[in-house]
Write a protein of this length. Structure first.
Ligand SMILES: [Mg+2]
Length: 237
């Protein structure tokens, strides 16, 4: 069920900021298989055509991967938790830091690495379930080079340089669009900093799925996200 309040957010046009995995796409067994929810691309296209609302996809992935999945021309995608920002100079990669983190990782069955160039994600989705809490704890405790932080997510721990993150990115977007009412839709622990930021700006936070969250509003799954985006594109909101 879509909370009715989300269809009457006030007079200001919306700045809709949407996570990708688990939000526009159901969580997949492997990141390469995270195909968008049926109707997601059409809903995003419709929202883009809306005269006043603004739309941004904000993801921990490389932006090009999300473009590959969605194929929506002109869609604004901010990647790598804000490190990859269209129109801004490319950030330097700290390969020495990533190598240092890799050398300190614990050995856990089924664990695998996703090196994104600027950040590093360590997945333990394929680790036998009884070992997963231990994997999470070990990954969170890896000693990090100065200026790096760990971000635990859904059966993944991501390491990234400090100073970025979805909360920071939402603050930047709100500065660009001061007339818009910011709304952030996300599903994971990494999105909580985004919820905090959007609430701090007087905006709206929407959590997809279960689990504790700062977000006052809930959607059940990515199907409902697509429904909500479609309704916003039609002028509700
Ligand atoms: Mg997500």
């Amino acid at each position: 069920m879509i909370p009715e309040e989300l269809l009457c957010l006030g007079e200001r046009p919306l700045l809709v900021i949407c996570d990708y995995d688990g939000t526009l796409a159901p969580i997949a067994v492997h990141p390469s298989r995270a195909f968008p929810q049926r109707g997601a691309a059409q809903a995003l296209e419709a929202l883009q055509r809306h005269g006043k609302h603004r739309l941004v996809v904000l993801t921990g992935r490389r932006a090009q991967e999300v473009h590959g999945f969605l194929g929506v021309a002109g869609l604004r995608v901010i990647g790598l938790h804000g490190l990859e920002w269209p129109g801004r100079p490319e950030q330097p990669r700290d390969r020495a830091a990533i190598q240092q983190i890799v050398s300190r990782l614990p050995q856990v069955e089924g664990m695998w690495l996703e090196d994104k160039g600027w950040t590093l994600a360590v997945h333990y989705r394929d680790t036998p379930e009884p070992l997963q809490p231990k994997a999470a704890a070990l990954l969170a405790a890896v000693p990090l080079p100065e200026g790096w932080e760990a971000m635990p997510g859904k059966k993944v721990c991501e390491y990234r340089p400090v100073g970025y993150g979805k909360g920071w990115a939402i603050g930047q977007l709100a500065l660009e669009h001061p007339q818009h009412h910011p709304v952030f839709v996300g599903d994971d622990r990494t999105d909580e900093e985004g919820f905090a930021a959007v609430l701090g700006l007087g905006g709206t936070a929407v959590k997809v799925g279960g689990g504790e969250s700062l977000a006052p509003y809930r959607l059940g799954n990515s199907l409902e996200v697509v429904e909500l985006l479609t309704l916003w594109a039609r002028g509700c909101g």
